[in-house]
Design a protein around this ligand. Structure first.
Ligand SMILES: Nc1ncnc2c1ncn2[C@@H]1O[C@H](COP(=O)(O)OP(=O)(O)OP(=O)(O)O)[C@@H](O)[C@H]1O
Length: 236
């Protein structure tokens, strides 16, 4: 039986007034993969993801998504770069995680929505902190709350956009170990955009390097080899 890619991008071209950012780019992502997307500042990593999220209109090419469930379209969860939250931020972690992500607002959640919220908090180890004010949480806990927010709608594909940047080493590793667990245990497909080659090598199986509008790929373990590191670092 052949497995269909959940994301199939063909000949994608995105142009801004002053430059072509993605140039007839091809990319296939298969269910259950955990890959990293690397490349220099301004290479077009976020633009590629924004095209997938329909926030940028390509001038050429196609982006096909294949649903994993018969009853619904492919769902994508997005975790942004860590943004600190003011100490006075009034919402609890549980309220923040459900905020505008579920069909109803608290206290009108359906049974299913309650279950989704409970599950998102449990799998990000935030159950005990559910009623804690987000503003008073640590940096790692805040980023886990962003992750829970991306998970609460039960996505098939999770995109982490430099989500570990500006966390300390321990919090980075904790977040990635948690995402790896979700990948293993729940078959969640993961795209990890990063400049951190150590994390990419440790937690993903395959890397994609975006350079001159196109992607090349290799085994993430090879990111530890000095020759490839030099080549990739040169591009970063
Ligand atoms: N809306 C826009 N209008 C014009 N130019 C844009 C727009 N969005 C992005 N760009 C340009 O497109 C290029 C790619 O940007 P993008 O943010 O995708 O890169 P990136 O690889 O994610 O970079 P970084 O690693 O620094 O986050 C950059 O030169 C950026 O200035």
């Amino acid at each position: 039986m052949t497995v269909e890619p959940i994301l199939n991008i063909k000949q994608l071209t995105v142009r801004f007034p002053d430059k072509v950012v993605l140039d007839r780019l091809d990319f296939q992502l298969y269910p259950g993969e955990m890959i990293s997307l690397i490349g220099a500042n301004g290479a077009g990593k976020t633009t590629l993801i924004r095209a997938v999220l329909h926030q940028v209109k390509p001038v050429h090419g196609t982006i096909e998504t294949h649903p994993l469930h018969e009853t619904r379209q492919l769902k994508i969860g997005y975790v942004p770069q860590f943004r600190n939250i003011d100490h006075d931020f009034p919402l609890s972690i549980a309220s923040f995680v459900g905020l505008n992500r579920l069909g109803h607002h608290w206290p009108f959640y359906t049974k299913q929505e309650h279950q989704n919220l409970k599950h998102a908090l449990a799998c990000t180890y935030l159950t005990d902190l559910a009623q804690t004010r987000l503003g008073s949480a640590s940096g790692g806990e805040k980023q886990r709350a962003y992750l829970a927010q991306a998970l609460v709608d039960d996505p098939d594909l999770l995109i982490l956009d430099e989500s570990t940047a500006s966390l300390d080493v321990q919090a980075k590793n904790e977040l990635m170990a948690l995402v790896q667990e979700l990948n293993h245990n729940e078959q969640l497909t993961v795209v990890f955009i990063t400049h951190d080659l150590e994390l990419a090598a440790r937690y993903t199986t395959k890397y994609y390097l975006l350079e001159d509008g196109k992607l090349s790929s290799g085994a993430s373990a090879d990111l530890n080899q000095s020759l490839i590191r030099e080549k990739v670092r040169g591009a970063i």
